[in-house]
Design a protein around this ligand. Structure first.
Ligand SMILES: Cc1ncc(COP(=O)(O)O)c(C=O)c1O
Length: 480
């Protein structure tokens, strides 16, 4: 038997681990991302100075002070004119625009002989180019997953108008991934010799599911052109266009590095761009256009798709932003987001009310495997009733937490996650007075008390442990 005195002599009480130590014990690789903490302290000071808990990185990325300064310096030192001329100021602008274009290809490891970059106002602008120009015809096919952003869904309207068939591939609860056994049947629909377009997000902006990039080559082998929406994927993952070769890649730059807004790109295979039939012409897109001859000749490659004057004063900031991302390192960003997302999910899904009822229901994968940093949930009270996502946002606003609520322009994933059926939607959309107009309040009445949206907390490259802890503390305040 051990005597008490012996015990006290040999007993050095072990200090309980701090929460941060517990986090590191579970996600040790977070330590390797420390340079981001240093960068946040120097280049993103306004975040902590303003006491912001920013958790809407899928909505928009944050810019560094240095990006703005470098861009400002270019503008203050140079004189730039409209790039559609050959005068010196025009050439100076052209030089910067073309340098940025090359840098986009370099950043995504795309062979310039194989890929081209069309600058657009945003990812939606890139998607509209594909939608309005893809040569759909009767019997052609547009296949897309349920969890696409509305700007990808919208392409179906062009497909319908031109007589193509539109098929949605469902995503399945609880993880909201595609049931792969359905892919073969969908791809088998390709019209031989026809125009068949398959569209999916590399990362869903609703569930954060990362769909396999291996689908690209498999679909192409079966006769599909592949549109890979990289808008939510590119900010925290390396997209290597030498390894994976989608035909069309739309994205927005502000989602990757925050500044500038108003610029995106359609990165497209040169062969795929050639296949597009642009339905009109505009300034800057033609080699020759004639009024009397009623004829125009579209310019080759990106020039044919950049309507009017490109945003030549902001495009140089794209190169600055991409270099900034490279200096941090996409692998470091990816690792950091993974660690913080894992910790957020672990703790959020473990929260229970005094009644034992769960605080949240998660829509999407509960592990960090093949998922990104957006965590989408709904909150429930202690009796298990859903709490309206709008009131969660209002409460978060009061404590300076920026998050996103609603369906994030991703209705398909929302409908599956929230259990809204095709029948309910049909009844709603064909109800009296609903032919042309439906407000969100009308829609809420239609779905009879079901949640019409969710809360998305998205972790990004500048998120730190304190941000996550602050959000978890906010959630503890919702426990009853
Ligand atoms: C996956 C995805 N695709 C497309 C878009 C559209 O991007 P933008 O609004 O910048 O055009 C978004 C925006 O949230 C998105 O998350």
């Amino acid at each position: 038997m051990i005597k008490l005195t012996e015990l006290s002599d040999s007993f050095h009480p072990v200090k309980p681990m701090t929460t941060y130590q517990q986090f590191l014990a579970k996600y040790p690789s977070y330590e390797n991302t420390k340079k981001i903490d240093e960068l946040r302290a120097s280049d993103y000071r306004r975040l902590d100075q303003g006491e912001h808990i920013y958790l809407d990185y899928t909505g928009g990325g944050l810019y560094a002070e240095s990006q703005v300064r470098k861009h400002q310096q270019i503008l203050l030192e140079g004189t730039f004119g409209n790039p559609h001329s050959s005068n010196p100021t025009s050439q100076a602008a052209t030089h910067l625009v073309e340098s940025a274009r090359e840098y986009v290809l370099h950043f995504f490891n795309a062979d310039p002989a194989e890929y081209d970059v069309v600058f657009t106002p945003n990812a939606s602008g890139a998607l509209k180019i594909v939608g309005e120009s893809y040569p759909f015809g009767p019997g052609d096919q547009y296949v897309l997953t349920f969890d696409n952003h509305n700007s990808v869904n919208g392409i179906r309207e062009f497909a319908h108008t031109k007589g193509a068939e539109v098929t949605y591939l469902p995503v399945v609860l609880p993880d909201l991934r595609v049931d792969e056994s359905m892919l073969a049947a969908a791809w088998a629909k390709a019209r031989p010799g026809g125009n068949n377009l398959f569209a999916y997000p590399a990362q869903s902006n609703f569930s954060s599911v990362k769909h396999p990039l291996e689908w690209i080559a498999r679909a192409q082998e079966k006769g599909w052109d592949v549109l890979l929406d990289a808008a939510a994927f590119a900010p925290t993952n390396k997209l290597d266009l030498t390894r994976y070769k989608p035909d069309f890649v739309p994205l927005s730059f502000y989602k990757i590095f925050g500044y500038p807004t108003g610029l995106g790109a359609l990165i497209a295979r040169r062969t795929a761009l050639k296949k597009l039939h642009k339905p009109w012409f505009a300034g800057g897109t033609i080699t020759v256009a004639s009024v009397q001859g009623d004829k125009y000749y579209l310019a080759d490659g990106h020039a044919g798709f950049e309507d009017g004057t490109v945003d030549y004063l902001n495009i140089p900031a794209v190169e600055i932003g991409l270099r900034h991302m490279e200096a941090i390192g996409m692998d470091t960003i990816n690792e950091r987001v993974k660690c913080l997302t894992g910790w957020l999910i672990d703790n959020l899904t473990a929260m229970r009310h005094s009644t034992g009822a769960k605080l949240v229901r998660l829509y999407g994968p509960a592990s960090t495997e093949a998922r990104g940093g957006a965590v989408t949930v709904n909150f429930f009270d202690k009796a298990g009733n859903p709490i309206d996502h709008r009131s969660i946002e209002e409460a978060a606003n009061k404590v300076n937490i920026s998050l996103r609520t609603g369906c994030f322009c991703n209705p398909g994933a929302g409908e599956v996650a929230l259990g809204i059926s095709r029948l309910e939607l049909d009844v709603c959309f064909h109800g009296p007075g609903h032919e042309y107009r439906l407000t969100l309040d009308d829609f809420r009445l239609c779905i009879d008390g079901k949640s019409s949206g969710a809360v998305r907390i998205s972790v990004g490259m500048m998120t730190n442990f304190n941000d996550i802890q602050a959000f978890l503390k906010f959630c503890e305040g919702l426990l009853g």
